[in-house]
Write a protein that binds this ligand. Structure first.
Ligand SMILES: *[C@@H]1O[C@H](CO)[C@@H](O)[C@H](O)[C@H]1NC(C)=O
Length: 479
């Protein structure tokens, strides 16, 4: 059900780096450091690429061009006197239009960098690199090719304060339930210091516990999909609430998302069956048009659907279960109908959900989790408790690019979650990069148990880390 993001930000094996070296690394990050500075591309090792001077505006003796085959690259050698984290930027000219390049650190961790079309050289932020002691390599590899590289620059990355003092102290709902208050307080108390291990679907949470010698996920995410009226009328019977109640009963934390099957306009063809009805491709339901006509039949259908899930959320409220509620997920991707008409319609629908559930239905047990990274999609501080992203990137990396984007989005006043991941992040890297995700939740099936995403060894390593909180370790969080 999770969609792969267009930009896979960390692929392949993440570490060319012994984890032993990482233990004491975070403290050294702010020190002035020999590796900092600008490295001219024309001085680096070129593979399938060449130096040119035709395009004005370069620094040094020229720039590097000729990225026309997939293996073409520039290899920079960077000496570092310690394990240290750097912000990387690239000076480039995408004179042939929007392009993408791939940055590979020490032959392992890779990230994709977008180069916006332009007629001149410009500097773009290219994420962070954790250098090891000794000589490191940073490759700039072709990817889409057809761009000019002038230089790269490394600057010591600031260490993020784990206290995150600016994070607001209470939920946005002015009258939250006791459970929601307790959950928010608990999350605030661990944010920046620990990460909650999470898993999509109770059955996969139990599978994880069986693999890790009984260390169950602290957080389980369930999906209200099968309570969508356009599915129920075709025979689905939701069980997500029962699963949430079961996980709550054993002392766990519950997160809820909703693959909202469109209320009407399902194609139900061979390629796009009715049960795919949350996908833009499977329905002609127009969310912007429906919202624009509050007296119209389709607005009424939206309310019908919201009321149907409200009834399920009320069952959790009645049982005293606070919910990390993540509606309209991945809106900015556009692949779900609620995001298909752009940010204004999505934000309007979110506002409708907030009002209908919080005010009309009196659901005071919800903490509101927003799930897109782009500023133009953000519904605003008044209705968001936690900002989050879904990241599908192999290599068990720290996803620091998205973490940093979310810090900016919420101006570090909102906690930040990795609401869906393909690969569980390695705790040593999370700490070294200062990527203080509040929780991660691995998607089920081939993600949690696919070796390309999570080897059993990696899962065991993650689940046994002191930095990672499992179900046994969060008992009593209600206070
Ligand atoms: C409601 O949505 C359906 C499905 O997209 C569409 O066919 C219909 O025309 C809409 N109704 C109105 C009144 O706009």
């Amino acid at each position: 059900m999770a969609r792969l993001f267009g930009s896979i930000l960390l692929r392949g094996a993440v570490l060319a780096l012994g984890t032993a070296a990482l233990g004491a690394s975070a403290r050294s990050c702010t020190l002035p450091h020999g590796a900092a500075g600008t490295y001219e591309a024309e001085d680096a090792v070129l593979t399938g690429t060449s130096v040119d001077t035709a395009q004005a505006g370069y620094t040094g003796a020229g720039y590097v061009t000729g990225f026309d085959a997939s293996g073409d690259k520039i290899t920079f050698h960077v000496d570092s006197s310690s394990v240290a984290l750097f912000d990387l930027s690239i000076r480039a000219a995408a004179v042939y239009g929007d392009k993408r390049t791939t940055v590979v650190l020490n032959g392992g961790a890779s990230s994709e960098v977008f180069l916006a079309a332009g007629t001149a050289f410009a500097t773009v932020a290219a994420g962070q690199v954790l250098l090891t002691t000794g000589t490191n390599t940073i490759d700039v590899v072709s990817n889409w090719g057809w761009y000019l590289i002038d230089s790269i620059t490394l600057a010591p990355a600031a260490v993020r304060d784990p206290a995150h003092a600016g994070v607001v102290a209470a939920p946005v709902n002015s009258a939250p339930s006791a459970g929601a208050t307790a959950l928010y307080r608990y999350l605030r108390s661990i944010y920046g210091r620990k990460i909650l291990a999470g898993q999509q679907d109770l059955e996969w949470a139990d599978w994880v516990a069986a693999q890790t010698g009984g260390r169950a996920p602290a957080l389980v995410s369930v999906d209200l999909m099968d309570y969508s009226p356009s599915r129920v009328e075709r025979g689905t019977v939701g069980t997500a609430v029962e699963d949430a109640l079961a996980h709550h009963a054993r002392g766990g934390i519950v997160s809820v998302l909703w693959h909202w099957n469109a209320p009407a306009g399902l194609y139900d063809t061979e390629e796009n069956r009715w049960w795919s009805g949350f996908y833009t491709r499977a329905t002609d339901f127009d969310v912007a048009a429906a919202l624009a006509d509050v007296a119209g039949a389709n607005y009424t259908l939206l309310l019908r659907d919201v009321d149907a899930v409200a009834a399920q959320l009320k069952r959790l409220q009645a049982a005293g279960v606070p919910v990390l509620w993540r509606p309209l997920h991945e809106a900015e991707g556009g692949w779900f109908w609620w995001g298909a008409k752009g940010p204004e319609a999505a934000k309007q629908l979110y506002a409708l959900l907030y009002e209908r559930l919080t005010v009309f239905h009196g659901l005071d047990n919800l903490l509101w989790v927003w799930n897109s990274v782009a500023p133009e999609w953000y519904p605003g501080d008044a209705t968001v408790d936690i900002v989050s992203a879904d990241v599908y990137a192999q290599g068990n990396g720290p996803m620091s690019t998205q973490y940093n984007q979310l810090v900016d989005l919420g101006r570090d006043s909102k906690m930040i979650a990795a609401a869906e991941v393909g690969a569980a992040p390695l705790p040593d890297l999370l700490q070294a990069y200062g990527a203080h995700w509040l929780w991660f939740a691995v998607w089920g099936d081939n993600f949690v148990n696919g070796p390309d995403w999570n080897s059993l060894d990696t899962l065991k390593k993650v689940y046994s880390s002191d930095y990672v909180l499992t179900l046994d370790e969060i008992q009593g969080w209600q206070g």
